[in-house]
Design a protein around this ligand. Structure first.
Ligand SMILES: NC(=O)c1ccc[n+]([C@@H]2O[C@H](COP(=O)([O-])OP(=O)(O)OC[C@H]3O[C@@H](n4cnc5c(N)ncnc54)[C@H](O)[C@@H]3O)[C@@H](O)[C@H]2O)c1
Length: 270
């Protein structure tokens, strides 16, 4: 989607960090925006700032882990503007750093509820309505470079949730009609309020620089939307280790096609 003039963009977690920087960019490109998150005062401040910049903006309080809230957000956006052209599933949390063996089910579920089900709730509440509009549409989801590789210990739940976000969108893009573009954003460290960490707010890529890197990819309808060059090296290292395991223990052999899952699916499902 090259031209966002007059388009309607809904962004969850749009009052702070990456979400707010994206809202600014979509707004500057002529879009009308709806931002949604849990804290009303932050939403109100953000809409005030957007309005001062000449951007038509609305807000709706919403907990993305609650499907009824997200359905109400969709109703709100369609009531306000009559259409939704772009959905950005951006809201996310890290959860506290903890080793996998020490994590509680509640802590992991909390991260999965926001990062996985929050994103799915967006896709479920908006997806079919956007398809039914019959006009060009876009669903973006903010994963993380931790959705491409595992950066280190203590972040198993967050990392799993971001891998899940990527996997779900890999499936989604095979299923939607051509009119709907699907993209996944894989940020590395970006200055924001994520995790409430002061260190995080001081280091990492400034949000505006980050958005300038990903913007042409959004315009070009890319699926993998990337920003931090070292993520390529770490992802490549992972892929090389995996390829080595296959070369050593499960290399191709004469007639191995009968075990190719895609070939099997084609024979059985068509
Ligand atoms: N900042 C980074 O370094 C970084 C790196 C990789 C991925 N990300 C991802 O980027 C996205 C945006 O995060 P950010 O870095 O801008 O941090 P942020 O904390 O500034 O923004 C996250 C937003 O999501 C909102 N939110 C959290 N839980 C919610 C819920 N249940 N319902 C509604 N809103 C909720 C928060 O209020 C906040 O506005 C997240 O998905 C995050 O995982 C960030």
């Amino acid at each position: 989607m090259k031209n966002f003039e007059g388009k309607v963009v809904v962004i969850t977690g749009g009052a702070t960090g990456i979400g707010k920087a994206l809202v600014d960019k979509f707004g500057a490109a002529g879009a009308k925006v709806v931002i949604a998150a849990r804290r009303e005062e932050r939403l109100r401040d953000a809409v005030q700032d957007l309005t001062a910049k000449g951007i038509e903006a609305r807000y709706k309080t919403c907990d993305v882990s609650n499907f009824d809230d997200v359905k109400a957000l969709a109703d709100f956006a369609w009531d306000e503007f009559g259409q939704v052209d772009v959905l950005v599933n951006n809201a996310g949390i890290t959860g506290a750093p903890v080793a996998v063996v020490d994590a509680t089910p509640e802590a992991y579920r909390n991260v999965f509820d926001v990062n996985i089900f929050g994103m799915l709730n967006g896709i479920w509440a908006f997806g079919n309505r956007m398809i039914a509009q019959g006009t060009p549409a876009m669903i973006l989801s903010v994963s993380s470079e931790t959705g491409l590789y595992v950066p280190g210990p203590m972040m198993g739940g967050y990392t799993a949730s971001k891998h899940a976000g990527r996997a779900i969108n890999e499936a989604l893009r095979l299923e939607v009609p051509a009119q709907v573009e699907i993209g996944v954003i894989f940020p590395g460290m970006v200055q924001s309020e994520l995790g409430g960490s002061t260190a995080m707010t001081q280091i990492g890529m400034p949000t505006e620089e980050f958005v300038n890197v990903i913007w042409p990819q959004i315009e070009n309808g890319e699926f993998y939307i990337v920003s931090h060059p070292w993520a390529k090296d770490y992802t490549g290292k992972n892929a090389a280790e995996l390829a080595q395991a296959f070369d050593r223990y499960a290399p191709h052999f004469e007639g191995d096609q009968k075990y190719d899952s895609k070939w099997i699916a084609k024979q059985t499902i068509g």
